[in-house]
Ligand binder design. Structure first.
Ligand code: XMP
Length: 527
């Protein structure tokens, strides 16, 4: 196993992710671990330690110090950015403020013949030196190597960008190998954990399932856990995992606000309750949501109502579950980062996002968040390893307020029914139409696709008669992070088929349009 010590960098979890990608088990702990803790890790098979970067300077009194015992375990240590500086400082080198902060892309010359960087480079200079394309972010730098260390890498403005004491297996890099902008980063970290630390690289998702199950059992003991199941990937995977760990000690509450997709409630119930035997309480709160939303047209007001009602229904249901001590949530790592960002108050609220996660503290329950350290694609792999259907695990994201923000203006049951049908036709055709070049379906080639109901009437002709009905807009986007997105270049044939099916099959709709706006300036959802 590899131990990652966290000194507060925004990207520490990425180190864990890369180590997992190298097929090696790792654990992430705060940077000020005790000597006893390190010794215990040794008995558990500790093979190496990675020290993360930090948002603080090595001089900052608030910055965590690296415990000296880290260097006394007889295992290799890799310091990244702050981790390297702390290593240098503790082992007798020197760290100073750099003249200028270096931030972003840099080219590093890999020097010396160290095991860590040997034969790893992105290109060679005319005189044959290997160059790595890396990502840097630092204000301090190592200015004198500690005894026993040799220079491993340098840039024009950072003469000591990498150092190594190969006898002791100590390495430091000023750049960040864990971010993808460092092109050979995965290669470097894999070499460290597999070759230098000697880990096997045969750890995988099924192993993770076992470890996660053990952790959940230790955490909750005999207590009862409740979980708000939404049918989305994260809460579904969390439910499947926790159920595997503690069986009937888990009760899921599935609130149907009447704004779900076609057959979604039945699918959730059949997957979880029928096939997996999970306790799921299905609350059909359609009437309650519809009456609260009646006549409300403002998008933010609608979002707030849906969020508030959701909490109310969930609370009422969970109060009925005797001796529940834990509230489980499908929080994943990007949510953790996002809410940390939100706390700094720097982000402007464009839309108030409502999640099953937004439950109040008054529930008096302890939080169980077994997916907290995973990224979305890892959550999906975990879902597959747990036996969830791929159609559920690889589903496009669906917003908490559901069709409530896809029916523009006032929401009612009739509009919701029409929209559900139109949306199902669109998704159906996307799944069944394959792109010749890639062989993938258009569902897989888009990140999110859905229909939007526009409360606008237009004139049409059907058979011999005049129609005067509503409009549906189709939205399909491609994005990797949902922060920016482009509209998907869907084939005309596909659009034609979807349009004709919707107009013929869905009552109340006589016109279909395609949304060709990117984000920004538009957002993905219309409200
Ligand atoms: P926008 O419309 O802001 O959406 O470009 C970005 C992504 O977030 C989803 N979304 C939500 N997800 N609760 C959610 O869980 C919400 O209130 C919410 N609003 C938007 C949206 O579907 C897209 O994937």
């Amino acid at each position: 196993r590899i131990l990652i010590l966290d000194y507060g960098s925004q990207v520490t979890q990425l180190i864990a992710r890369r180590v997992r990608e190298a097929g090696v088990y790792c654990e992430l702990h705060p940077g000020d671990v005790s000597t006893e803790f390190l010794q215990e890790q040794k008995t558990l098979g500790l093979k190496g330690i990675i020290l993360s970067g930090s948002h603080l300077s090595a001089y900052d009194p608030q910055a965590l110090k690296v415990p000296h015992a880290v260097f006394e375990q007889g295992v290799p240590v890799l310091g990244i950015c702050y981790g390297m500086q702390a290593m240098a400082q503790q082992l007798g080198g020197e760290v100073s403020h750099a003249d200028h902060r270096e931030f972003g892309y840099a080219e590093v010359r890999a020097r010396g013949h160290t095991h860590l960087l040997r034969d790893i480079d992105d290109f060679k200079t005319a005189d044959g030196h290997g160059i790595l394309k890396v990502w840097m972010s630092h204000g301090d730098q190592v200015t004198r190597l500690p005894d026993g260390f040799k220079l491993m890498a340098s840039t024009a403005s950072c003469p000591i960008a990498g150092m190594a004491d190969e006898k002791r297996g100590f390495y430091g890099v000023q750049f960040h190998p864990e971010v993808t902008h460092t092109l050979k980063g995965q290669h470097i970290l894999t070499r460290f954990v597999r070759e230098i630390c000697g880990c096997h690289g045969d750890w995988n998702m099924p192993d993770y399932v076992q470890e996660a199950i053990t952790r959940i059992r230790e955490q909750v003991g005999q207590d009862h856990v409740i979980l708000g199941l939404s049918g989305g990937v994260d809460s579904s995977v969390a439910a499947a995992l926790i159920h595997k760990a503690i069986g009937d000690q888990l009760t899921c509450v599935f609130v149907d606000h009447g704004l779900l997709r076609l057959n979604e409630a039945q699918q959730v119930m059949s997957t979880f309750a029928e096939h997996m035997g999970v306790n799921v309480i299905h609350v059909d709160a359609t009437e309650q949501f519809m009456s609260k939303l009646d006549g409300v047209t403002d998008p933010e007001a609608k979002r707030k109502i849906i969020g508030r009602e959701f909490v109310e229904v969930f609370q009422a249901e969970s109060a009925k579950i005797q001796d529940a001590r834990w509230l489980a949530q499908g929080t994943i790592y990007p949510d953790v980062i996002e809410s940390a960002g939100a706390k700094t108050g720097k982000a402007v609220a464009i839309k108030s996002h409502h999640n099953v996660g937004g439950l109040p503290d008054t529930l008096n329950l302890k939080l169980l968040e077994p997916l907290r350290e995973l990224f979305k694609d890892e959550v999906r792999k975990l879902g597959i390893a747990l036996g969830l259907p791929p159609s559920m695990v690889y589903r496009h994201p669906f917003p908490g307020p559901g069709l409530g923000v896809r029916i523009l203006g006032a929401v009612n049951k009739e509009f919701a029914d029409w929209l559900r049908q139109a949306d199902a036709i669109f998704i159906d055709e996307l799944r069944m139409t394959f792109d010749e070049k890639t062989g993938k379906s258009w569902y897989d080639l888009t990140s999110q696709a859905f229909a939007v109901f526009l409360p606008v009437k237009s004139v049409g002709v059907m058979g011999d008669g005049r129609t005067y009905e509503y409009v549906v807009a189709l939205r399909a986007v491609q994005t990797s992070d949902f922060m920016t997105a482009g509209w998907a270049p869907l084939p005309y044939d596909l659009l034609a088929k979807v349009s004709s099916r919707i107009i013929n099959e869905v009552k109340g709709i006589n016109r279909v349009v395609y949304d060709v706006s990117s984000k920004p300036p538009a957002t993905i959802e219309w409200e």
